[in-house]
Design a binder for this molecule. Structure first.
Ligand code: PLP
Length: 369
C-alpha cells in the first residue's frame, strides 16, 4: 500500500506486459538458440557503416547532442526533397506520438483509431484525458469510411497506420484522400508509416508529398524497422512547419541522443544495403505466403515484415509450443486477435526453420477439438 495519490487514469491503465527476451526463454526452456520473431525487428541489423559511425562518435559522447538534429535534418532534406523545417525528431516514433497528443489533446477532445491498432496511440491520448473512438477493422483493413464519419467536432487526431500493425494491410492513396477531403481541416490525420519500406513500389504512394496540400496531415517514420536501429531509439515525423514548430516547443532538448543521430545518418547513406534487405524480406514474405497457401493455413496478406497467421482456438498452446522450440512470436489477445499469431519475417534460414517447426506444431493441433 502507498499513500501517494497516483492519478486515477494511470491506476486504470492495463499494466504493460514487456515482450519476452531471448535470454529469458533460453534459460526457461534450456535452449541454446532462440529466435525472436515477436517485435518486427530487423534481423539483418543496421548497415555496417553504422558501426563505423558509432565508433567514431564515441569520442564525442561527453558533449550533449545537437538538440536540433541539424546534420540528420539536412540529410533527410537532401534525400526526400522536403524542407528541413518540416521534420520533427523523437526518441522513437513512440515518443513523437506522445508529443503530438500532448500538443493537441485535452479533456473533452478525442482520437479516432482503428481497432485493434498500435497501443501507443491510445495510451498517449489517455494521458491527456482524451476520449477514444475505436472503429473496428473491416476484413483486416482500416475502415476509412467509418473512420471519416466517426470524426466529430471534438476529434483532435485520427491515427492511421500503413502498413497496419498487426495485420500488415495498407491504406491506398484514394482512401487517405477520402478521409482528408471529408473531415474538418482542424483534425490532424497521422499516418504512421513505420513499415513503409517493406511495401513494393507498385503498391505505394508518397504520402510525404501530400503535406504541402493537406496542412493537417502528418506522416511518421522510424529507424527501428528496416534501418535496424530499434535499440538506439530514433524516429521522425513530417508535417507542415507551423505544426512542427509548436510541437517542438514541448520537446525536451536532448531526446535524440548523439549515437542515434550519427547512426541514422550513416544508415541513410547506405541505400544499397537497405534495398538489398528489403528485397530479401519481400521475397521471403512471398515464400511464407506460398507455404501457407500450400498448407491451407489462413493468413492476412501483409505488406510489412510480419504476417498474421490464423492458429484458431489452440493459439495459446501453439504459441507456447513455439516458445519451447525457441521461437518467440506475439500471439492472440495481446494483438486483439485471439485466434492469430503475428510472426516477424526473418532471414531465409531462420524463416525456413520456423516454417518446419510451425508446420509440425500446427498439424498436431488441427485435428483436435
Ligand atoms: C514499430 C512501430 C513503430 C516504431 O516505434 P519506435 O518508437 O520508432 O521504435 C511505430 N509505429 C508502429 C505501428 C510500429 O509497429
Amino acid at each position: 500500500m502507498t499513500s501517494i495519490k497516483i492519478k486515477p487514469w494511470i491506476i486504470d491503465l492495463p499494466e504493460y506486459i514487456p515482450g519476452r527476451t531471448i535470454e529469458e526463454i533460453k534459460k526457461k526452456y534450456k535452449l541454446d538458440t532462440v529466435y525472436k520473431l515477436a517485435s518486427n525487428e530487423n534481423i539483418f541489423g543496421p548497415s555496417p557503416r553504422v558501426a563505423e559511425a558509432l565508433n567514431n562518435a564515441l569520442s564525442e559522447i561527453n558533449y550533449y547532442p545537437d538538440s536540433y538534429n541539424r546534420d540528420l535534418r539536412e540529410k533527410l532534406e537532401e534525400k526526400t526533397g522536403l524542407r528541413k523545417e518540416q521534420f520533427l525528431f523523437g526518441n522513437g516514433t513512440d515518443q513523437i506520438i506522445e508529443m503530438v497528443c500532448d500538443a493537441i489533446l485535452d479533456k473533452g477532445k478525442n482520437i479516432v483509431i482503428p481497432d485493434p491498432t498500435f497501443l501507443t496511440y491510445e495510451r498517449s491520448a489517455l494521458k491527456n484525458n482524451a476520449g477514444i473512438i475505436k472503429i473496428p477493422l473491416n476484413d483486416f483493413r482500416q475502415d476509412y469510411r467509418s473512420i471519416t464519419s466517426a470524426a466529430d467536432r471534438d476529434t483532435g487526431i485520427i491515427f492511421l497506420t500503413s502498413p497496419h500493425n498487426p495485420t500488415g494491410t495498407i491504406i491506398s492513396e484514394e482512401e487517405l484522400k477520402f478521409i482528408l477531403d471529408n473531415i474538418s481541416p482542424e483534425v490532424l490525420v497521422v499516418l504512421d508509416e513505420a513499415y513503409t519500406e517493406f511495401v513494393r513500389k507498385e503498391d505505394k504512394f508518397n504520402a510525404c508529398k501530400m503535406i504541402d496540400y493537406y496542412k493537417n496531415l502528418m506522416v511518421m517514420r522510424t529507424f527501428s524497422k528496416i534501418y535496424g536501429l530499434a535499440g538506439l531509439r530514433i524516429g521522425y515525423a513530417v508535417a507542415d512547419e507551423i505544426i512542427i514548430k509548436s510541437v517542438e516547443k514541448l520537446v525536451q532538448p536532448f531526446v535524440v541522443n548523439l549515437l542515434a543521430q550519427k547512426a541514422a545518418i550513416a544508415s541513410l547513406e547506405d541505400d544499397e544495403y537497405i534495398n538489398k534487405n528489403i528485397d530479401i524480406i519481400i521475397n521471403e514474405r512471398e515464400k511464407i505466403f506460398n507455404f501457407l497457401n500450400n498448407n491451407n493455413i489462413e493468413y492476412v496478406k501483409s505488406y510489412a515484415n510480419f504476417i498474421l497467421i490464423k492458429t484458431g482456438k489452440h493459439t495459446e498452446a501453439i504459441t507456447e509450443d513455439l516458445l519451447r522450440k525457441g521461437f518467440i512470436v506475439r500471439g492472440g489477445s495481446f494483438l486483439g486477435f485471439p485466434e492469430y499469431i503475428r510472426v516477424t519475417i526473418s532471414i531465409p534460414e531462420i524463416n525456413e526453420k520456423f516454417i518446419n517447426t510451425f508446420s509440425g506444431i500446427y498439424k498436431k493441433y488441427m485435428g483436435k477439438t
